[in-house]
Design a protein around this ligand. Structure first.
Ligand SMILES: [Zn+2]
Ligand SMILES: [Zn+2]
Length: 371
C-alpha cells in the first residue's frame, strides 16, 4: 500500500460534489478495467482495483463520505478512531466482495470461507447512533456522560444461542456448517463460482432443533444499559465518538456492533463559535471609550477584566488569548474575540447634560476633516 494515500475523489476521477450515481458509475468503470480476472497476475492492476474499491466503499456511504470530507483519510481510518475497523486490513478479498455486492458475480475466484469473521458464522450486530447535545462550556472542558441506551443484548435464557435450553443445534446439511454455498454461474467473462449465503441457515452454519421461547430463537433481547462516554475538549457538531463493541449483539451469538456517539453543539446565548475562537459583544460607555477604563467580560471559564485603552472606536475587536475552545488535536486553545460597542444614552441626568453642553462644539469631538 502506498505510504501516502491518494484522495478518494481523485482515485475515482469524480468531483467532490459528485452524486451517488456518478460515484457508482465511475467506480464500476475502473473496477471493470482493473478487475483481477481481466488482468491475471498483474499486481499493479490488482492494486488499482483495491484502491478504487476502497475509495468507493467510503464515498458510497453517506456517513463515511461526510467524515472523509471533514477529516480526510484520518476520519475514516480505524487507527484514528474513525472507522469501524472494517478497513483495518482491506485486502483483495474485501475488494472482490464489495464489487460483488453491488455488481454481482464476476470472475473465477473464490474467497474467504472462514478466514475473515463475518463471512460465515453468526453475523455482527448493528451499530447504533446516538446524538449527544453539548453546551459550549461542556465542549470547552470536555465531559464524561453516562448514556442510557436501549440495546439488543444476549438472551439470558439461552445464553445467546437462540436454542431452547436443554436442546442443541444441528450442523446445517445444506452448507455443511460453512454458512455459505457455492453457485456456478456464467457471465460475459465465462464461468465463475459465486459464494452466497446459505439459504437454509442464513450464514449461521447451524439449524436450531427448538427455539428459545424467550427470544424466539434470535438469541438476543432488548435491554437498557448505562454506558459511559468521555468527550474530549474541543469537539464540534458532526464529530463522533465510536464505542466499539457496545452496540447491538448479533443474532445467535454474533459479535456486538458499535455505538456511534454523534456530537451536536447547543448554540450559546452570548458566544458565537468560529472554529476554536469565540466571539462576544459588549457595550462600553462613552467615557470609557474616550478616556479608557476596564470592563468585565464573561468567558467560558468565568469573568475576566479587560482593559479598554483611551480612544477606542466603536466596533473594535479585542483578543483575549487562550480564552477560546481547546484545540481537539494538538495543544493550546483558540481565543475569545470581544467586539465593543459604545453605548449612547437616550436619557441624561441634569449634570451629564450640563457637562456635555459645555463640551459641545469643542474641536476634540469633531470627526477629522469636518468643520
Ligand atoms: Zn433466548
Ligand atoms: Zn447452511
Amino acid at each position: 500500500m502506498p505510504s501516502s494515500k491518494r484522495d478518494y475523489y481523485e482515485v475515482l476521477g469524480v468531483e467532490r460534489g459528485a452524486s451517488a450515481d456518478e460515484i457508482k458509475k465511475a467506480y464500476r468503470k475502473l473496477a471493470l478495467q482493473f478487475h483481477p480476472d481481466r488482468n491475471p497476475g498483474d499486481a499493479a492492476a490488482e492494486e488499482s482495483f483495491k484502491e478504487a474499491t476502497q475509495a468507493y466503499e467510503i464515498l458510497r456511504d453517506g456517513e463515511k463520505r461526510s467524515r472523509y470530507d471533514q477529516f480526510g483519510h484520518s476520519g475514516v481510518d480505524p487507527s484514528m478512531g474513525g472507522g469501524h475497523g472494517d478497513f483495518g486490513g482491506f485486502d483483495i478479498s474485501d475488494a472482490l466482495r464489495a464489487f460483488m455486492r453491488d455488481f454481482g458475480g464476476f470472475g473465477n475466484f473464490e474467497f474467504g470461507g472462514t478466514s475473515r469473521g463475518g463471512s460465515s458464522g453468526p453475523r455482527r450486530g448493528q451499530d447504533l447512533q446516538i446524538q449527544l447535545k453539548l453546551t459550549l462550556e461542556e465542549v470547552a472542558t470536555g465531559v464524561e456522560r453516562t448514556l442510557r441506551v436501549k440495546v439488543l443484548s444476549p438472551c439470558g435464557t439461552c445464553g445467546g444461542s437462540g436454542a431452547k435450553p436443554g436442546t442443541s443445534s444441528d450442523t446445517c446439511q445444506t452448507c455443511g456448517g460453512q454458512g455459505q454455498v457455492r453457485q456456478v454461474q456464467r457471465s460475459i467473462l465465462g464461468q465463475f463460482v459465486n459464494i452466497a449465503e446459505c439459504p437454509d441457515c442464513h450464514g449461521d452454519g447451524t439449524i436450531l432443533r427448538d427455539r428459545c421461547s424467550d427470544c424466539r430463537g434470535e438469541g438476543r433481547k432488548e435491554t437498557t444499559e448505562s454506558i459511559k462516554v468521555r468527550i474530549p475538549a474541543g469537539v464540534t457538531s458532526g464529530n463522533y465518538i465510536p464505542l466499539r463493541g457496545k452496540g447491538n449483539v448479533g443474532m445467535r451469538g454474533g459479535p456486538r456492533g458499535d455505538i456511534i456517539v454523534l456530537i451536536e453543539e447547543i448554540e450559546h446565548a452570548h458566544l458565537e463559535r468560529h472554529g476554536d475562537d469565540v466571539l462576544s459583544e459588549i457595550d462600553i460607555s462613552f467615557d470609557q471609550a474616550v478616556l479608557g477604563g476596564s470592563v468585565q467580560v464573561a468567558t467560558l471559564d468565568g469573568k475576566v477584566k479587560m482593559n479598554i485603552p483611551a480612544g477606542t472606536p466603536s466596533g473594535k475587536i479585542f483578543r483575549l488569548r487562550g480564552k477560546g475552545i481547546p484545540h481537539l488535536r494538538g495543544s493550546g486553545s483558540g481565543d475569545q474575540l470581544v467586539r465593543v460597542h459604545i453605548h449612547v444614552p437616550k436619557k441624561l441626568n441634569k449634570e451629564a447634560r450640563r457637562i456635555l453642553e459645555e463640551v459641545r462644539g469643542n474641536d476634540s469631538f469633531r470627526p477629522p476633516g469636518k468643520s
